[in-house]
Design a protein around this ligand. Structure first.
Ligand code: NAD
Length: 295
């Protein structure tokens, strides 16, 4: 049977992620030789949301593959804020733990803010602590948040020119849109950030040489909104009856774009690979600098 020809316009997130994981595995091996222990990641899952449980499981499997030791802590959805904070602090204090990741979102009755502040910048492999976001804003990222940093890796691996490019980001969340915009700015792109209150979204999007969509609205980006030759990165992942859907009308937009990420198989795999890379980086920084802030 003939194999389908490879469409070179489609960004292969799994292949890029595999290359990053191979590099991380080598660094983890070297770290273990030098320091007598592997880098360590602790995850904390509160409640039993199946999507969150799946993400946590994928993260542990990925750790195992590259030689990062992982701790899998779970708490019932009924835990109160004090109970949650006690476990976060316990994980933070563990010398063998270099990165602490509290899976978001938390159940409604729990406040994520104290949790974000309780994980010190040096162990904040998600890049959510204000000090890490601040470092990103100053153009000196230490542990940048995983999804936007992963998107940058994809763009670099495909040789996308960012300096001077018009980049448009859809979404301004703390997790994706806002740090994505800061990272693109740090690479000298001219960045427009759009969001749910933006008027005339299509007009903004049409100017993009590089478009990153992170709205979580299936079908939001249609082919008529995309400049011919643009690079289109679809971060959106929405579970629908037809399966996982991105924000971008993939089949139509791929005819217009010069490069495009599929959903799944685009941004997802590189996000997890970046978490592994951040964990090893956190381990290396911690042995070099202790928990002191570094630049
Ligand atoms: N692939 C991955 O690894 C990965 C990682 C993180 C998030 N995601 C996905 O990315 C999407 C965004 O995640 P998030 O955490 O930033 O979500 P969020 O809900 O916190 O933020 C969504 C952002 O999109 C904007 N927005 C919503 N509707 C819009 C519209 N019609 N036009 C313009 N802007 C609009 C909002 O103003 C907001 O800033 C979700 O689908 C999420 O599942 C994927």
């Amino acid at each position: 049977m003939d194999e389908e020809p490879i469409d070179e316009r489609i960004i292969d997130g799994r292949a890029v992620a595999a290359r990053v994981r191979a590099r991380v595995a080598e660094q983890a091996r070297q770290f273990a030789v030098e320091h007598g222990r592997p880098p360590g990641l602790a995850t904390l899952l509160v409640g039993d949301d199946p999507a969150s449980a799946l993400y946590v499981q994928l993260k542990h499997r990925a750790c195992e593959e590259v030689g990062i030791a992982s701790i899998d802590r779970r708490l019932p959805a009924s835990v109160d804020q004090d109970g949650l904070m006690a476990v976060v602090e316990e994980l933070v204090a563990d010398e063998a733990v270099d990165g602490v990741l509290v899976q978001m979102p938390l159940p409604e009755h729990l406040d994520p803010e104290p949790v974000v502040l309780a994980v010190p910048p040096a162990k904040d492999v998600d890049g959510f602590h204000p000090a890490n976001v601040g470092a990103l804003a100053l153009g000196t990222p230490l542990l940048p948040s995983c999804t936007p940093a992963g998107v940058l890796t994809l763009l670099d691996e495909y040789g996308v020119q960012l300096a001077g490019a018009d980049a448009v980001v859809i979404g301004r969340s703390r997790v994706v849109g806002m740090p994505m915009a800061l990272l693109l700015l740090s690479r000298d792109a001219t960045v427009t950030v759009t969001h749910a209150r933006t008027r005339g979204l299509a007009e903004h999007v049409r100017r993009a040489d590089v478009l990153v969509s992170a709205a979580g609205v299936p079908g939001l980006v249609t082919a008529d909104m995309v400049k011919p030759g643009a690079v289109v990165i679809d971060v959106g992942t929405t579970r629908t009856e037809q399966g996982l859907r991105g924000d971008v009308e993939f089949e139509a937009v791929r005819e217009v774009a010069s490069l495009i990420t599929p959903v799944p198989g685009g941004v997802g795999p590189i996000t997890i690979a970046t978490l592994l890379a951040n964990t090893v980086r956190a381990a290396q920084l911690r042995v070099a600098h202790g928990d002191r802030p570094v630049r």
